[in-house]
Design a protein around this ligand. Structure first.
Ligand code: ADP
Ligand code: ZN
Length: 619
């Protein structure tokens, strides 16, 4: 029965992990808290019971844009849903009220303010089947996104004693979790405990990749390469279409600089940050969601309110502040389950800047601790996904095979000499130097500081000329990680040699360093790599790329005519399935994953027509 609903409304053949258990639990009329990562498939866990139960499910959601997205997706599947929030006119609200009274809505999305303000009316007019609290971590001051309005929601439990309450969130540590259960007054099951479903936080389709010590130019080159890798050549007119990606930056200024550099290289990229007007920000978000703008360079403010499922790459141009933030940001990629590439750039400048933010913040200790963990992740020499999942309390017993450490396990060499050169250069400045100055001395660059302090007279001046500056960056980061020196954040971030470092400097112990692997960013190297990847794609799946381009265009036309985002019409995943299965009858089309009965009725004919024409079938 449940499977039948899943197929006919959503077009899917099977449940994802935990979905079925959660739905069964809710249908039995019980409360629960669900922790699932972004993209894990939370919505279906309450949308499907809402369809099967008598009455209307109330869904509390904090963001207007998210509500709009979800309501559009539901309607696109032929499900009666509406939203009620401050952006609606009185007329619209009245209409929603009418539909509620007549029991015509299966789901009503409502902001917490609106729900509390209109409680009497809503509870009188509606036969509430289910109360859903989405983004439930907003209730807790411990969470990272506290909203005072949420704390009032607990009273609803007593207003609706017989209605099951289901709370959902993608981020919640133990404290937040308990806080949600308590504040929402969730009812325990027979064992005396409140049922909490925790699904795996692993997102195997997100690749993890960290690049150490890259310069600004090198970062841009890597990003350009990434963008090219994720471009499709449009079948008919030979135009190149770029797929969607986000570049997260630490500062507003950087978002603008990076966007400008990408534009100069022919990429349609725009910045997004809190310093822009609401209108400008909305426009960027809207264009991005609707596939009109491929790349957004954003501060962390971006991405909260969109359900866009086809983000194909996420770059962290700077080191993030915490693992929570990092995971949430990369989690905005690949929500349709298709591969999404993520790259994190890490260098010492970021570390110093973030340290000083943390030191100056109100929660100094916590923020420094969070940054430590982030740094450990970036410096890891073991499978990064293991560290990531471990951080979120999940044990993983195997390497993932989809991170840079797994793909290129570090090989080591005796780096004692290199380390001695660097540490002796540092020692001769009386440990009054940062990364850049040490590198200038090693490389023999007569920079103003070098000349001012007479470092060009040092015996070590120029002893590391044979190693490129960017490699020195990397080696110094490795040495930092090995504990050979520390950054003294209280003394202008100068480097201080540790006891362990002295042992190496004076020949009492040896050091192994990791060989630096750099991808070939030259044009020739790129072409070679792209050809290899294309080959791989051809072998992996029999997908017709030309057909995919045509389908994508048709999807865009349909989306424009309906005034919705393309992913509301069909997800990328569904489009890929079409280009692979190439259904040539409407009933075959109905078998494609993601095509429910409603969409089959609405779009089956036009899509099948296009596929038939593409296959040279005329009728
Ligand atoms: P979340 O709210 O947890 O971030 P969504 O509910 O938006 O995730 O689901 C993410 C994507 O996965 C959506 O495109 C959704 O249609 C798809 N999805 C959910 N459940 C299934 C399923 N059982 N089979 C295939 N796709 C699914
Ligand atoms: Zn791995």
């Amino acid at each position: 029965m449940m499977l039948h609903y899943l197929k006919s409304y959503f077009g899917y053949d099977s449940f994802r992990p935990l979905q079925q258990e959660i739905i069964t639990h809710i249908l039995a009329g019980r409360d629960c808290l669900v922790l699932m990562p972004t993209g894990g498939g939370k919505s279906i866990c309450f949308q499907l019971p809402a369809l099967m139960m008598e009455g209307t499910a109330l869904v509390v959601s904090p963001l207007v844009s998210l509500m709009k997205d979800q309501v559009e997706s539901l309607r696109a599947n032929g499900i009666a849903a509406a939203a009620l929030n401050s952006t609606h006119s009185e007329g619209e609200q009245r209409e929603v009220g009418e539909r509620l009274r007549h029991g015509q809505l299966k789901l009503l999305y409502v902001s917490p303010e609106k729900l509390l303000a209109e409680k009497d009316f809503l509870l009188k007019a509606t036969k509430v089947s289910l109360l859903v609290i989405d983004e439930a971590h907003c209730i807790s001051q411990w969470g990272h996104d506290f909203r005072p309005e949420y704390t009032q929601l607990g009273v609803l439990r007593s207003d609706l004693p017989d209605v099951p309450v289901a709370a959902f969130t993608a981020t919640a540590d133990k404290i937040t979790r308990n806080d949600i259960v308590e504040q929402l007054r969730l009812q325990p099951i027979a064992t005396g405990e409140v049922k909490v479903f925790v699904s795996s936080f692993d997102r195997p389709n997100l690749s993890l990749d960290v690049r150490r010590g890259y310069s600004a130019d090198e970062k841009i080159r890597v990003i350009m390469d990434l963008i090219r890798r994720h471009s499709l050549s449009e079948a008919t007119d030979g135009n190149v279409v770029m797929q969607s990606g986000i570049v997260y930056c630490l500062s507003r200024k950087t978002t603008e600089e990076v966007a400008t550099k990408l534009c100069a290289r022919g990429v349609d990229a725009r910045p997004y940050h809190a310093g822009m007007s609401v209108r400008d920000r909305e426009r960027v978000q809207d264009d991005f969601a609707n596939d009109r703008l491929p790349v957004v360079c954003a501060t962390i403010a971006f991405g909260m309110g969109i359900d866009k499922s086809n983000v194909r790459f996420v770059v962290h141009y700077n080191l993030p502040k915490s693992m929570e933030g990092f995971y949430q940001e990369i989690g905005r990629g690949g929500r349709d389950g298709l591969p999404c590439e993520t790259i994190l750039f890490y260098n010492v400048g970021d570390l110093i800047a973030l340290r000083s933010f943390a030191d100056g913040s109100a929660q100094r200790e916590i923020n420094n601790e969070k940054l430590d963990r982030m740094q450990e992740y970036a410096e890891s020499q073991v499978c990064r996904r293991r560290i990531l999942l471990n951080y979120f309390g999940e044990a993983m017993d195997h390497d993932c095979g989809n991170c840079d450490v797994c793909k290129n396990p570090p090989t080591r060499f005796d780096g004692t000499m290199l380390v001695q050169k660097a540490l002796s250069a540092l020692a001769r400045t009386s440990e009054m130097a940062g990364f850049r100055l040490v590198i200038d001395i090693l490389r023999g660059n007569c920079s103003p500081t070098v000349r001012e302090y007479g470092y060009d007279k040092l015996k070590t001046f120029g002893v590391g000329r044979d190693v490129p500056a960017r490699d020195w960056q990397d080696y110094l980061l490795q040495m930092l990680q090995l504990g050979l020196f520390e950054i003294d954040y209280r003394d202008d971030s100068h480097l201080k040699i540790t006891g362990q470092g002295r042992d190496v400097l004076f020949g009492r112990s040896k050091v192994q360093l990791a060989v630096i692997v750099r991808e070939d960013l030259s044009v020739k190297g790129r072409k070679k790599r792209m050809a290899a990847e294309r080959q791989l794609m051809l072998v992996g799946q029999q997908e017709d790329a030309v057909l995919f381009g045509k389908l994508r265009k048709l999807r865009m036309q349909v989306a424009i005519s309906l005034g919705v985002a393309p992913y509301i019409v069909f997800s990328d995943k569904t489009l890929h399935a079409m280009a692979t299965q190439k259904p040539i009858t409407v009933s075959e089309f109905g078998n494609v994953s993601g095509v429910g009965e409603h969409k089959l009725r609405l779009y089956g004919k036009v899509f099948v027509k296009l596929i038939r024409e593409h296959q040279g079938l005329t009728d």
